[in-house]
Design a protein around this ligand. Structure first.
Ligand code: IGP
Length: 257
């Protein structure tokens, strides 16, 4: 199964990182957090625009991606936050992309990767993330709680992503800053916006909620908005637009406040 393969690869990656950090510890942490939760909860629909060069299901989405220019375009177009894929083997992302985007973009930054070890949380802080993704499908409740606690220690917010009722229960136990409902099934790659419609009513009030994945058109955004989400996380659709800025602008022009 795909997620299992990724998790195995990540464990190897983390061990290499551990050796590297033993020799060269991370420098002191930053202290100016920009809140993803606040950006999502603000009035209007929040668009979290993702820098996503490739994916296991679609292959290369856009070649020769300039992450900084892409993120700057998203920001100029009115995105509420930026998500940067940092996984290299499966999504052709780069850790340095996050650090580079951090230097030029003022919006809250989400590190999109497969986080399963506290060391990756520390690394995310050092790379300049404001928030990290935790995927309920690959973590136990204990792991979610432990990674969430680690994030708090580094001043990072957590977005916990769920795809079903049982995962939602685990996610809520870990008190996410933002709850993400992933419309994509990570074993079959199938996307279905009905997942957001089904799970949204089960999330207690007070937690900002976003719908993730599978948004391929303006009507899709409107459908998720009608389901009651505070924001949407969009990757592929925006990466396929010739102008990242116009891509976000056009979506926002169509949504009602
Ligand atoms: O490209 P899309 O269908 O708009 O999806 C964006 C985002 O939701 C997706 O990249 C994603 C959601 N959860 C993830 C976990 C890991 C990697 C990637 C993801």
């Amino acid at each position: 199964m795909f997620l299992k393969r990724i998790v195995e690869a990540k464990r190897v990656e983390v061990e290499a990182l551990r050796r590297q950090v033993e020799a060269n510890p991370f420098p002191a942490a930053k202290d100016d957090l920009r809140s993803l939760a606040k950006a999502v909860a603000a009035p209007g629909l929040a668009v979290i625009a993702e820098v996503k060069p490739a994916s296991p299901s679609k292959g290369v989405i856009r070649s020769k991606v300039d992450p900084v220019k892409t993120a700057q375009g998203y920001e100029a177009g009115g995105a509420a936050a930026i998500s940067v894929l940092t996984d290299e083997p499966f999504f052709r992302g780069k850790k340095e992309s996050l650090a580079q985007v951090r230097k030029t973009v003022k919006l809250p930054l989400l590190r999109k990767d497969f986080i399963l070890d506290p060391l990756q949380v520390e690394e995310s802080c050092y790379l300049g993330a404001d928030a990290i993704l935790l995927i309920a499908a690959m973590l136990t409740e204990q792991e979610l709680v432990a990674l969430r606690r680690e994030a708090r220690a580094y001043g990072l917010e957590v977005l916990i992503e769920v795809h079903g009722e049982d995962e939602l229960e685990r996610a809520l136990a870990a008190e996410p800053d933002v709850l993400g409902i992933n419309n994509r099934n990570l074993s079959t790659f199938e996307t279905d916006l009905a997942v957001t419609e089904r799970l949204r009513p089960l999330v207690p009030a007070g937690i900002p909620v976003i719908g993730e994945s599978g948004v391929a058109s303006l009507p899709d955004v409107q459908r998720l908005q009608a389901a009651g989400v505070d924001g949407v996380l969009i990757g592929e659709y925006l990466m396929r637009q010739s102008s990242p800025r116009a891509g976000v602008e056009n979506l926002l022009a169509e949504v009602t406040v």
